[in-house]
Design a protein around this ligand. Structure first.
Ligand code: NAD
Length: 319
């Protein structure tokens, strides 16, 4: 099978493309190298893929490429491209979020009409729920994002559902709950925490540290995509969590154990746009996709740490 992976130079997209290639598929990967974080990091993410004969890389913005001919060449779409940071979605950059998360998704869906795709899988987010009050969160829990980023991800998801009902594009939306592991975006918490502990720097915790999170190891998120390709119900929406919930301060303790160093924690104000707690009910994905997260937080953080240790120079460079 030949598939399209958008956002292929990113954290999740690069892992997904590698798994697809190792499963014998051909991958056409698109990325605009949006400068939300340094290009050298994204080039590093692509390094293994570029040596694969089944991989073709197209550098470009989805808004500018000929998506019709691109999608005519593939059997399925994994749409991972987006501006993914929560905090910078407030203020002046919001237009970029609309362009890359909403408009690009609409263009891709529009080009997918009448193309006989096996699936169009959309990378959605737990941020669509905002500050949930009942746990665990099911797919039917209220969707009230607390960040402009969450609003754009929810808009993309609604578009996917609309193109399923309007044009029978077999869309599946996967609501990832905080994904971590090797290549995690440098703006994300575990990357920052592990790096700070490694370098003897302060860790900034927003709030009290008592917030809880459902963390998903990247290989589990990738597996969910492959399972969604095979057995996701067209029009379906699935929570993809890590299978457990952990208090942030306990996650820091695990980081201390894994790194063998003590964290120097500074508590600062809660950030606008951060959900207080996340905890996914994954029973729908278990039933329909046979999804079952297999990497626990300790093993996942250990792998994340090993990778940061091996790639320290990549992140130590300025800019
Ligand atoms: P990432 O920033 O590492 O990867 C996204 C990639 O998309 C980037 O390389 C970027 O250059 C590319 N891109 C953005 N706009 C583009 C466009 N218009 N055309 C072509 N390429 C474009 O982010 P990630 O953490 O790998 O996230 C992947 C997807 O998963 C995103 O859709 C994100 O919203 C979603 N998601 C991620 C998490 C997480 O914890 N990482 C959680 C929930 C949802």
């Amino acid at each position: 099978m030949r598939v399209l992976v958008t956002g292929v130079a990113g954290f999740i997209g690069s892992h997904l493309a590698e798994r697809l290639i190792s499963g014998g598929n051909e991958v056409v990967g698109v990325d605009s190298f949006f400068d939300y974080y340094p290009k050298r990091i994204k080039e590093n993410n692509l390094k293994r893929l570029l040596g694969e004969s089944g991989f073709e890389f197209i550098e470009g913005d989805l808004a500018e490429l000929d998506l019709n001919s691109l999608i005519s060449r593939v059997d399925a779409v994994f749409h991972q491209a987006a501006l993914a940071g929560v905090r910078s979605s407030w203020g002046g950059m919001f237009g970029e979020y609309v362009n890359n998360n909403v408009l690009a998704t609409q263009l891709l869906l529009e080009a997918s009409k009448d193309k006989d795709l096996k699936k169009f899988i959309y990378a959605s987010s737990s941020s669509v729920y905002g500050d949930a009050t009942d746990f665990p969160i099911t797919e039917n829990s209220p969707q009230r994002p607390v960040s402009p980023y969450g609003v754009t991800k929810l808009a993309g998801e609604h578009l996917a559902s609309l193109y399923y009902t309007g044009y029978s594009i077999p869309t599946v939306s996967l609501r990832y709950f905080t994904v971590y592991g090797p290549r995690q975006r440098p703006d994300m918490a575990f990357h920052k925490f592990i790096s700070a502990v490694m370098n003897g720097e302060e860790i900034n915790i927003y709030g009290t540290g008592e917030q809880t999170r459902d963390f998903t190891f990247v290989s589990d998120a990738v597996t969910a995509n492959l399972q969604a390709l095979e057995s996701g119900k067209p029009g379906g929406i699935y929570n993809i969590g890590g299978g457990s919930r952990i208090i942030l301060s306990d996650a820091i303790k695990i980081i201390e154990e894994v790194t063998g160093k003590t964290a120097n924690i500074k508590y600062t104000d809660t950030q606008r746009g951060d959900a207080k707690h996340t905890f996914a009910d994954i029973s729908k994905a278990e039933n329909d996709l046979s999804y079952s997260p297999s990497v626990n937080i300790r093993d996942g953080l250990s792998k994340h740490f090993d990778w940061l240790l091996e790639n320290k120079e990549l992140y130590d460079q300025a800019g």
